[in-house]
Design a protein around this ligand. Structure first.
Ligand code: SF4
Length: 258
């Protein structure tokens, strides 16, 4: 996509609501043409969710706009039981089927044979290797099928996310990244969940504001940073898994071109 086109979209949608952004991009990208041959093609726009509060809010929003929207989940094999339970509840509530992506079995076998099953606690390199095998590689497979990737990222989630835009060009993956909740607060998310009676992960009621893989997530104390329970043994600026690397954007708040 042209840099100018992205800049125009950013300007046009900067004050639009999450629903307005989703409606526009879903109607624009869900159909790639009107020929019968294209009817069975996969849509090129999808929500990626880890079943957190933001993912649930967006699932509700998207299914309301487009009941057959693609919604994908990276199942690392190390998720909490509560997360699988939420997947089942959401499937029943919304009548959806998730596109589930697993890591390559041979990659996981090699990783664990070399380093053991709980390698992530050994050092940051091994932790990142685990995230690469279990999250980043499966994500790359799904992103190859997309022109638009919808995420639940918010600016106030962490220092690494403070400059995200609602619409970005993801240079590394060659697609548009939509962050419709970029300017939402945590309170905004929970108000939306309560008002719409959206199913959410039971762990949120047990002190887990942010939920990832079971061995790498712990509950936080009141007042602690909401991502303090993710890879808690590492420094905050390193607490990303590689799914959303900072600095991979052609156009964004701090590196806008033109
Ligand atoms: S969050 Fe932990 S278990 Fe999950 S992929 Fe990363 S290192 Fe592995």
């Amino acid at each position: 996509m042209e840099k100018n086109t992205i800049n125009t979209l950013i300007r046009e949608f900067t004050d639009k609501s999450a629903e307005e952004i989703l409606k526009y991009f879903i109607s624009r990208y869900k159909s790639r043409g009107d020929s019968a041959a294209r009817e069975n093609e996969m849509e090129r726009i999808a929500l990626g969710t880890a079943l957190g509060a933001e993912g649930q809010a967006l699932t509700h929003m998207i299914v309301t706009i487009h009941p057959k929207a693609r919604i994908f989940v990276i199942d690392t094999g190390r998720l909490h039981e509560e997360t699988y339970d939420l997947m089942m509840r959401s499937m029943n509530r919304y009548g959806i089927r998730y596109e589930i992506y697993f890591p390559e079995a041979s990659d996981v076998e090699e990783l664990e044979r070399m380093n053991g099953p709980n390698l992530f606690y050994e050092n940051a390199d091994l932790r990142k290797k685990c995230c690469h095998v279990r999250k980043v590689k499966p994500l790359r497979r799904v992103l190859q099928t997309l022109d638009v990737w919808i995420t639940g990222l918010r600016r106030s989630q962490s220092v690494t996310r403070s400059s995200i835009e609602k619409i970005e060009w993801d240079e590394a993956n060659g697609l548009i990244k939509l962050n419709p909740l970029a300017d939402w607060s945590e309170e905004d998310v929970w108000r939306y969940i309560r008002e719409n009676n959206i199913p959410y992960n039971k762990l949120h009621d047990q002190g887990y504001p942010s939920i990832g893989c079971a061995p790498c997530t712990r509950a936080v104390s009141p007042g602690e940073d909401i991502r303090a329970g993710r890879w808690w043994w590492e420094q905050p600026e390193h607490r990303e898994c590689g799914l959303h690397p900072a600095g991979g954007r052609l156009v964004g708040r701090n590196n806008r071109h033109g």
